[in-house]
Design a binder for this molecule. Structure first.
Ligand code: NDP
Ligand code: X2W
Length: 343
């Protein structure tokens, strides 16, 4: 059994990790930390876990965490970088759901996260945990940075087009919408039901921290400069991301549906939907699937890709477990082959 620890077990990604790992046949949950709830049985806070998770929250203690084979960080940005060096030194593998290790350009990271990075060496070594891109590197990684939720939906949508050289890489547009769970479990007035329900708004228009992540990952992978306009929106729903992606085609002589189907033919968690489909966020709710549909409205030179994920699963905890399965040589679907909930 793989001995697993979780730092930050009381947030939404933490409880989602617990929901999925509690049913994972190769995992033994050893430690779940929370400073505010230390001592409380996990299932007292999360009744969905009654009968499945029988341990209590504890304070984060590096000596105890280092006894695990792998530790997930489901903590706000900058928490992981303080604890990870000690764990890596003691041969515990780390899967970080925060943004502490997602970029490769340190100056860009420090600019967007407005702080100095405390372990630049590990920053360089970390593997970006998008399995559809980096499966081979993930296998041997000591430290995996799980992609952001918007970047997951956006990168998977643009990748087939960029890899095949079919679009102008400098003028991409990602118009993306998320549910309120993306903001985490903390109390915040803009996330109150009275503020969000029955309303819809853009935010972060002048710049969102996922912009440099998407730009860097796509540019590095495609070995050419990629640039985009990325506008996030808050939708009145709890879970889900819907990204509507636009790009200008540089050729007309191509079967776009076939390009997508071939790119993702062997990917267990990307579903390329039939021609004409319009994927709904509820069709991935609770599942680790990214559903994608490619369109060319009025046969114009604009390609439109619709990409939906559950921000807490494929956009965070499910993808984190997918990485763990690859790192430990398991069948990639183990524990995360969950069917979405409709409605
Ligand atoms: N919500 C989402 O859709 C997604 C979130 N993410 C990322 O995952 C991470 C967690 O997100 P989410 O679950 O929403 O966050 P929450 O804010 O809901 O939870 C944060 C957790 O971290 C713990 N924590 C906070 N500060 C510290 C600290 N200094 N040391 C140790 N533990 C700490 C908290 O427990 P306590 O304070 O009791 O110790 C709590 O359990 C974030 O980095 C987020 O950006 C990634 C993709 C999607
Ligand atoms: C509604 C809301 O606030 N959503 C979050 C989603 C990002 C997130 O969850 O953070 P990661 O960088 O770890 O993916 C935001 O826009 O900041």
């Amino acid at each position: 059994m793989i001995k697993v620890g979780i730092v930050g077990g009381t947030g939404y990604t933490g409880v989602e990790l617990l929901r999925l790992l509690a049913n994972h046949p190769e995992v033994s949950l050893e430690v779940i930390t929370s400073r505010s709830e230390a001592g409380m049985p996990v299932s007292d806070l999360f009744p969905n876990l009654r009968g499945h998770v029988n341990i209590a929250f504890s304070e984060p203690d590096p000596d105890i965490l280092a006894q695990c084979d792998v530790v997930f960080f489901a903590t706000p940005h900058t928490v992981a970088m303080a604890l990870v060096p000690e764990l890596i030194k003691r041969n515990t593998r780390v899967i970080d759901l925060s943004a502490d290790f997602r970029l490769k350009d340190l100056a860009v990271w420090e600019q967007w996260y407005n702080t100095q990075h405390t372990c630049p060496e590990l920053f360089e070594q970390a593997v970006y945990g998008l399995p559809e891109l980096n499966r081979d590197k993930i296998k041997d990684a000591q430290l995996v940075a799980v992609p952001g939720c918007y970047p997951t939906a956006t990168e998977l949508g643009f990748l087939p087009l960029l890899e095949a050289g079919l679009i102008d890489p400098l003028h991409l547009i990602a118009d993306a919408k998320t549910g309120v769970s993306g903001a985490g479990r903390k109390a915040a007035i803009p996330m109150l039901m009275a503020e969000t329900s029955g309303s819809f708004k853009a935010y972060g228009v002048s710049g969102h921290r996922h912009l440099p992540e998407i730009r860097e990952v796509l540019s590095q992978h495609c070995q050419q400069e990629v640039d985009l306009t990325f506008i996030p929106h808050l939708a009145p729903m709890v879970r889900g991301i819907h990204a509507t992606l636009y790009a200008r085609l540089t050729t007309h002589d191509v079967n776009l549906q076939k390009v997508f189907e071939e790119r993702y033919a062997n990917e267990p968690f990307v579903d390329v939907m039939p021609i004409g489909s319009m994927p709904e966020t509820r069709s991935v709710q609770g599942s680790n699937i990214c559903r994608i549909a490619v369109h060319q409205p009025q046969n114009s030179d604009t390609v439109v890709v619709l990409s939906v994920i559950d921000n807490l699963v494929k956009g965070a905890s499910g993808q984190a477990i997918h990485n763990m399965n690859i790192m430990f040589g398991l069948d990639e679907k183990t524990g995360i082959n969950v069917i979405a909930m409709m409605p």
